[in-house]
Ligand binder design. Structure first.
Ligand code: NAD
Ligand code: WQD
Length: 341
């Protein structure tokens, strides 16, 4: 029989790509989202790509009573992948309590129901932001955690601790996935990031500029101690990231996990500068980007990229896509979006 997985934040960017990967790997999926940063377009794209109509609950995870209905209607859920959260770093600085309330209350509720319903595997969307302002890269899972640079980052640090403390004496096993910089879109070209709030991440800013939604874009900082003066990050294709979730659940379901909580970095280990990303985009698409060089953005770290040896050895995960794939798929999606949505 197929194992059933509840995906929270499933109509969002990473959640929707993960649903596809789960369905393609023999899992059954139930999706919950409150649409605060997405709409149900992703569900129709998922249906077109996989032929599966995923059951969907429009529920706020902060509403414990409403959330518990899902478990009454599906008493055979064995895994949960918890994506639902607010993720805009700048907004979290302006509205810290909104971020603490939404991200932590929803986590506490879903953990409560995971324990009550004897869920086997719980996967949490953590972030490389938990490492804070690192002085050296690559970072591995034992790199000391520094002060978070934003309330958003703190919700991820606190989220990791809340999970570790709460699951210590239960039968629920958890994996915390620390994502680096997710980017790109589904190879079909009909699914990608479709946020309600304007994107601030580099790759969507590039594609929106290229298509003319923005007149120009700025490279934030050219005086960093890097090979061309701009910041270095580890951009990971969203389809590779999605597959890491499927492998994490399998790791738990197959009985390989030996402690209640495991942490994995999910990045491709290849640090690229902002200017290198821009040039990769121009090369892959043939589109000349209108950009300007500007001052540093407050809160940015100079360089961070991952050591993913642990995920490779234990989960059998390795990236299948490079930066060129990211750029081509992101551009295909931006063009589709512009024409059809
Ligand atoms: P997203 O905004 O596209 O998806 C998150 C989804 O959660 C949205 O559809 C939103 O509507 C939903 N949501 C938020 N609060 C909710 C609530 N209280 N109840 C129900 N639904 C709620 O973001 P994403 O990029 O897909 O990120 C998914 C997860 O990965 C988040 O936890 C995010 O913090 C984490 N993460 C993202 C990145 C990134 O750069 N995209 C990097 C590291 C970690
Ligand atoms: C990447 C690089 C910018 C936009 C954020 C969160 C982090 C994680 C991933 C969730 C930086 C530069 C960007 C632009 C630019 N998310 N840039 N011009 O800041 O590495 O990480 O997303 O957990 O927590 O902080 O990603 O895509 O915003 O920026 O020059 O218009 O691109 O300065 O060097 P970041 P990003």
């Amino acid at each position: 029989m197929k194992q059933k997985v509840l995906v929270t934040g499933g109509t969002g960017y990473i959640g929707s790509h993960t649903i596809i990967d789960l369905l393609e790997n023999g899992f059954e999926v139930v999706c919950v989202d409150n649409g605060i940063n997405s709409d149900t377009y992703a569900l129709s794209a998922i249906q077109k790509i996989t032929g599966v109509e995923v059951p969907y609950y429009h529920i706020d995870l902060c509403d414990l009573e409403a959330l518990s209905i899902i478990f009454k209607e599906h008493n055979d859920i064995s895994g949960i992948i918890h994506f639902a959260a607010l993720k805009a770093v700048g907004e979290s600085v302006e509205k810290p309590l909104l971020y603490f309330k939404n991200n932590l209350e929803s986590l506490i509720n879903i953990l409560t129901l995971s324990i009550q319903n004897h869920i086997k595997g719980f996967i949490f969307s953590s972030s490389c932001t938990v490492y804070g302002d690192v002085s050296q890269s690559p970072v591995d899972e034992n790199t000391p955690i520094q002060e978070a640079a934003s309330p958003y980052g703190r919700t991820k640090q606190m989220g990791e601790k809340i999970i570790s403390d709460s699951l210590k004496h239960t039968t629920v096993n958890s994996i915390l996935l620390r994502y680096f910089n997710p980017a790109g879109a589904h190879s079909s070209g009909i699914l990608g990031e479709l946020p309600i709030n304007p994107p601030q991440n580099l790759v969507p800013v590039i594609t929106e500029t290229a298509i003319g939604k923005r007149d120009t874009m700025t490279v934030f900082g050219t005086d960093y101690p890097t090979r061309d003066g701009s910041c270095i990050r580890d951009y990971i294709h969203v389809e590779d990231l999605a597959h890491a979730h499927t492998l994490s659940l399998k790791f738990i379901f197959d009985g390989h996990q030996t402690q209640p909580v495991e942490v994995f970095n999910v990045g491709i280990g290849n640090g690229l500068t902002v200017l290198e990303i821009i040039h990769a985009f121009e090369k892959q698409t043939g589109v000349k980007l209108n950009y300007q060089l500007g001052p540093r953005r407050p809160g940015d770290v100079t360089a961070i990229y991952s050591d993913y040896t642990k995920a490779k050895h234990l989960l059998g995960w390795s990236p299948q896509h490079d930066v060129d794939d990211i750029m081509r798929s992101a551009w295909k999606w931006e063009q589709f979006r512009n024409e059809h949505l």
